[in-house]
Write a protein that binds this ligand. Structure first.
Ligand code: ARG
Length: 633
C-alpha cells in the first residue's frame, strides 16, 4: 500500500532485511539493526537466525553499545572469549553498524550515525503519536490479524463510598490508569473496571446516619465530603455505644449491656443492611442515590487524571444467590466446613505444605448468613470471566491485601477453575507514608490535587513574563500539580514504599513531574520560535547531524520502541520514567551545543527535526503514564 511504498522509499538507504518473528522494521528502528546484525552473525557463526534475533538485547546505558550480545546465548561450542575473537576476524563490515566491540563474553554493537539519523527521525515524525506503540502485541495471532485482539480487564482504584480515598486508592488509580494506556497502545482490547466498596453493614450505618445528620442540599452539592461527615458522626455514636456496653459488662451488668446493644445503632444498621440485601425498595433507593452521586463526583476527578472506567462495578453487584451457591459448592467439595454457624475455609488442612500455612484460615460466610469481601471477590471473578471472556485480568490492589488476593485466587483454583486463575495477575504496590498536605491529613483525592495545583500556581506566578503568556494558568497549574503527584508515585518500583513530600515532588529540579513538563514545554517553545513548517522539517538534510551530542540524542530516541516492549514485561511505570529522565537529561546537556537560533538554515532544519523527534517521544511517554503534556508553562 501507499504508506508502505513511502516508507520503503524513505529507507531505501537500508539493506534488505529478512522477515523474522517479532521483527517490526517499519515501526521500530532498532529492529532494522537487529535483523541486519542477525543476518551477518548467522553467516559468520552458522547459528540460526531465530536463535540470534531475540538475544540481541538493548542496553541500559549507551556506553555498552546500542545492542549487545551475550556470546553464550548463541549456544555454540567453545569459550565465549575465543568465539568472540574468531567472529570479529570474520566481520565483513556493514553500512549500518561499526565493527563490534568485543569484551569477554560480550559483543557490543554501535550504530553508524548517518543511516541512523535517516531512519529514526523520519520514523518518529511520521508515526508521531503512534511512535513506540506496536498494535501487533495484542493480536491473538501475530500472523493472522483476522483472529482478533486479546481481551484484558483491568480493575483498579476501587474506593469505598463514604470513606476516605486513601493513598492505597491513589496508587491503584495511577498505576491502573498507566496499565490501561499501556495495553491499549499495545493493541489489546482493554476494559477498565472500578470495583467500588459499596456494600455491607456500614451502608446501613450510613443510612441511619443520614436520617439523623444528613442534608439533601449538602448531598447534592458535595456528596463525597457530606457522606463522609455523616459517616464519621454516626460511627462515633456506634463507638460510644460499644464503650458504654463494655463498661457495663466489666461491672458485671451483662443484661444492661445487652439492652444497650440491642437497641443501638449498630444493631439497627445490621437489620437495615439485611433489608437492603432482601431488596427493600426504600432502603435500596436511598443507598442507590448515595452511590450514584458519589460516582458522578468520582468521574469528575478521574477525568482530571485522564482516567475513564468502562464499568462501575462494586461489591453490591455480586449476587447473594451466587455467593451462597459458591459457598455451598465449597462445602460440598469438602473444602469448607461449618464452624459455630459460620462457613470456614481452612487452607492449612486443604493445601499442603508451606502454601497452606501461608494462606491460613478464612471465613466465607458469617454466622448471620451474610457473605464477606472474600466470597464476593470469588463470585465476582467467576462472573467477570463469563461477562468478558478475558485473556488476561489484572487486579491493581495494595500489597497490604496480598494475602486476601492469594486466598481468593487459590479458592477459584480449588473450585476447579484453573482456566480463570491462570489468566489473573495481581499488580501490587507499597505504602505511601506521611500523606498530608498543608491543610492536614489528606482524606480525598480532590484535596491532594487542589493543594498541589495551588502550589504550582504560586510557583508559576513568580515568573511574570512567562505567566502572562500562558492562556489558562489555572489549568496548567492543575496539570503540573497532577504531574507532580503522579511522577512521584511512579518513580520507584511499585513494591517500594515512599514518603509523600509536597516540596520535593513539585520542585523543578531533580526527577520530578514539573521537570518533565518543563522539558516538554521547552521543546514546544523551540519549535514555535524556529518558525519552520512541518515541510521544512520533513525535508531536512539529516546527514548534517554529526555532533556527538546529536548522535547521543538520536541513540536515546531510537530506544523508545524497545523501552515500550520492555515495560510490557516489567509492568513498572518506572521503566518508562527512568528512560524519560535519561532522554530529558540528554536533551538539557545538548541545548548549548546544538543551537537553533543563529545556526545555518539547513543545520537549523536538521536540528529541529531532531528536537521534534525527541518531543514526539517525550509526549508519547508522558501520555502512556497518564500525564497531560503542557505546551507552555
Ligand atoms: N475497596 C477495597 C478497599 O478499599 C479495594 C478493592 C480491591 N479490589 C478487589 N477486587 N478486592 O480496600
Amino acid at each position: 500500500d501507499a504508506s508502505f511504498d513511502n516508507l520503503a522509499r524513505q529507507f531505501s538507504h537500508l539493506p534488505l532485511i529478512d522477515k523474522l518473528p517479532n521483527c517490526f522494521p517499519d515501526i521500530n528502528p532498532v529492529d532494522i539493526y537487529r535483523a541486519h546484525i542477525t543476518s551477518i552473525l548467522s553467516d559468520i557463526t552458522g547459528a540460526d537466525k531465530s536463535v540470534i534475533y531475540p538475544v540481541l538485547q538493548w542496553t541500559a546505558t549507551l556506553d555498552k553499545g546500542d545492542l549487545m550480545l551475550a556470546i553464550p546465548a548463541l549456544r555454540i561450542k567453545g569459550k565465549p572469549d575465543d568465539l568472540g575473537k574468531q567472529w570479529l576476524e570474520k566481520w565483513p563490515g556493514s553500512p549500518l553498524v561499526e565493527t563490534p566491540v568485543h569484551s569477554g563474553a560480550f559483543l557490543s554493537f554501535f550504530f553508524k550515525a548517518e543511516p541512523m539519523a535517516k531512519t529514526v527521525i523520519p520514523m518518529a515524525l511520521q508515526h508521531n503519536k503512534d511512535f513506540g506503540s506496536n498494535p501487533a502485541n495484542g493480536l491473538r495471532d501475530q500472523n493472522d490479524p483476522s483472529k482478533g485482539r486479546q481481551k484484558i480487564v483491568i480493575e483498579f482504584s476501587s474506593p469505598n463510598i463514604a470513606k476516605p480515598f486513601h493513598a492505597g486508592h491513589l496508587r491503584s488509580t495511577i498505576i491502573g490508569g498507566f496499565l490501561a494506556n499501556l495495553y491499549r497502545s499495545a493493541g489489546w482490547d482493554v476494559s477498565t473496571v472500578n470495583y467500588l466498596g459499596d456494600w455491607g453493614k456500614q451502608y446501613g450505618v450510613l443510612a441511619l446516619g443520614f436520617e439523623k445528620y444528613g442534608s439533601e442540599e449538602e448531598l447534592v452539592k458535595d456528596p463525597i465530603n457530606h457522606l463522609f461527615t455523616v459517616y464519621v458522626k454516626i460511627s462515633k455514636e456506634v463507638a460510644e455505644e460499644k464503650e458504654q456496653a463494655d463498661k457495663l459488662k466489666a461491672d458485671g451488668k451483662e443484661d444492661e449491656a445487652q439492652k444497650i446493644l440491642d437497641n443501638g445503632v449498630d444493631e439497627k444498621a445490621r437489620s437495615y443492611f439485611k433489608k437492603m440485601t432482601e431488596g427493600d425498595e426504600q432502603a435500596i433507593s436511598l443507598w442507590k442515590r448515595f452511590r450514584d452521586y458519589s460516582i458522578e463526583r468520582y468521574k469528575q476527578t478521574y477525568a482530571r487524571l485522564n482516567i475513564h472506567f468502562d464499568e462501575y462495578s462494586g461489591e453490591s453487584k455480586v449476587s447473594e444467590d451466587e455467593m451462597q451457591q459458591a459457598a455451598a459448592k465449597l462445602k460440598e467439595m469438602g473444602l469448607a466446613h461449618e464452624d459455630r454457624g459460620a462457613l470456614l475455609m481452612d487452607f492449612t488442612k486443604n493445601v499442603p505444605g508451606k502454601e497452606g500455612k501461608m494462606l491460613g484460615k478464612a471465613i466465607l460466610r458469617k454466622k448471620d448468613g451474610t457473605a464477606l469481601y472474600l466470597t464476593r471477590d470469588i463470585s465476582e471473578l467467576i462472573n467477570r470471566y463469563e461477562r468478558y471472556k478475558f485473556d488476561k485480568m489484572i487486579y491493581v490492589i495494595a500489597s497490604e491485601q496480598d494475602l486476601h488476593v492469594k486466598q481468593f485466587f487459590k479458592i477459584v483454583r480449588m473450585m476447579g477453575r484453573d482456566d480463570i486463575a491462570d489468566k489473573c495477575q495481581h499488580i501490587n504496590f507499597g505504602l505511601v507514608l506521611g500523606m498530608s498536605t498543608r491543610r492536614g491529613t489528606v482524606k480525598f483525592l480532590n484535596d491532594i490535587l487542589r493543594d498541589v495545583g495551588e502550589h504550582m500556581h504560586e510557583v508559576m506566578k513568580k515568573n511574570e513574563d512567562k505567566y502572562s503568556q500562558v492562556q489558562d494558568p489555572e489549568q496548567v497549574a492543575d496539570r503540573l500539580g497532577i504531574s507532580s503527584v503522579m511522577v512521584q508515585d511512579m518513580n520507584g518500583k511499585r513494591i517500594n514504599n515512599y514518603t509523600f513530600d509536597l516540596s520535593r515532588m513539585t520542585s523543578f529540579e531533580g526527577d520530578t513531574g514539573p521537570y518533565l513538563q518543563y522539558a516538554h514545554a521547552r521543546l514546544c517553545s523551540i519549535k514555535r520560535k524556529a518558525e519552520l513548517s512541518d515541510d521544512d522539517i520533513a525535508t531536512a538534510d539529516l546527514s548534517l547531524l554529526t555532533e556527538p551530542m546529536a548522535i547521543n540524542l538520536l541513540r536515546v530516541i531510537a530506544q523508545w520502541p524497545d523501552v515500550v516492549q520492555n515495560v510490557l514485561k516489567t509492568l513498572e511505570p518506572a521503566t518508562i520514567l527512568t528512560y524519560l529522565f535519561k532522554l530529558t537529561h540528554t536533551l538539557s546537556t545538548s541545548y548549548s551545543h546544538l543551537r537553533i537560533v543563529g545556526s545555518e538554515p539547513e543545520v537549523m532544519k536538521a536540528r529541529l527535526a531532531l528536537y521534534n523527534s525527541a518531543r514526539v517521544v517525550l509526549y508519547n511517554g508522558m501520555s502512556i503514564l497518564g500525564l497531560t503534556p503542557v505546551e507552555r508553562m
